[in-house]
Write a protein that binds this ligand. Sequence first.
Ligand SMILES: Cc1cc2nc3c(=O)[nH]c(=O)nc-3n(C[C@H](O)[C@H](O)[C@H](O)COP(=O)(O)OP(=O)(O)OC[C@H]3O[C@@H](n4cnc5c(N)ncnc54)[C@H](O)[C@@H]3O)c2cc1C
Length: 399
Amino acid sequence: MTNDATTTRAALDFDGLRPPSPWLTDAHREWRDRVRSFVVEEVEPHLDSWDAAGTFPDALYRTAARRGMLGVGFPVELGGHTPAADPWYRMLFAEELHRPGSGVVFADLATHWIALPPVVQFGSRELQESIARPVLAGERKMAFAVTEPGGGSDAGALQTQAQRRGDAWIVNGSKTLISGALRADDILTAVRTGGPGASGISLLLVDASSPGIERQVVAGLRWYNSSIGTIEFHDVLVPLDRLIGPQDRGFAALARQFNVERLSGIAATLAMSRTAVAEAIGWAQRREAFGRKLVEHQALRHKLVDLVRAIRASYAFLDQCVWRLQRGETVVADIAMLKVQATRTLERCAREAMHVLGGRAYAGPTRVERIYREARIFALGGGTEEVLDDLAARQLGLL
Ligand SMILES: Cc1cc2nc3c(=O)[nH]c(=O)nc-3n(C[C@H](O)[C@H](O)[C@H](O)COP(=O)(O)OP(=O)(O)OC[C@H]3O[C@@H](n4cnc5c(N)ncnc54)[C@H](O)[C@@H]3O)c2cc1C
């Protein structure tokens, strides 16, 4: 693995395309190696068949937990490990999970990163034991349901209603495009308990086996994953102690989770960009056209340099963001801007890598083809470009 401190001319492979970072320590590198071993042994050999089948086995959750993969950033007393305040651990996990060129395993395995923290922060002792601990042990699975058929960007306008009746909440409404919806045992659900707008939203932890819940797969996505779905709530009864956090003030917790999602999205997209570009470079160095290697054609090698430049610039921005985050600064605008920069970098790298590979990109399962297929989703999850640019504009004081 690359030694960040001494590399001067790195190989142009996945590791070499990540520029050295002044902030990564030996402990981070050890963690990265552990995650890589997990991916090499438990994920990578199966990706093509999981892609074809549109799913992966539930057993992977327990395997991941046994190998110490699920607890990253959660309290030790609940089965977690690695300092929660150090975002690098999760980012390195996201990088390594995306190295083989698919985000789908990560999307389900790490859903608890956004669904579980409010439960850990606000949930009763009983919920810590009955939900948090089994989730970190790979025995229960979670989903985080915000988006509705009426829209996802304007989360403050969500319509799913929860009305208090006696000693329970009664939930009615529907959610869509929810990652892990079909597998989840528990769904952290954003509901309207108060008036219109962001100040009337609460979070409820809903048992997915409750009467009145109907779940259906969202068909048509070629983002392989048969567990992404729509959830209908028909008079679903939720006990009062499943209100997570203060009533009507759940939006702040939602917003915090969006930042976690954005940081992992940035790590994911830049990792996939490296994989795509490494494959394109390798191919350009081997393949010949018109009597020369592809890389000996100036137009093509300039294209490759352009991609390496975009990756390096994004990592420099990322290093700066995480460093400021760790100093306790509020970097909402920067994370929003970087998320857009990173997803645009991925879309460009995916397109150009497909281009360099020519027809070969379509011949059988290739990592670049899968990256190209999956790249678009990253521009939606955690906020679309327009939503993030508006957020940045407000935070920067443009408005
Ligand atoms: C594979 C996948 C997994 C997902 N997983 C989850 C999940 O686990 N949980 C969950 O809650 N959601 C999930 N989502 C939903 C995702 O968060 C939404 O798709 C996203 O928030 C955008 O919402 P929307 O699709 O309703 O688009 P809309 O909100 O309808 O937006 C449509 C277009 O209009 C643009 N737009 C919106 N507002 C403005 C504005 N003010 N100015 C200019 N342009 C604007 C948007 O940028 C976008 O281009 C997932 C989506 C996908 C595809």
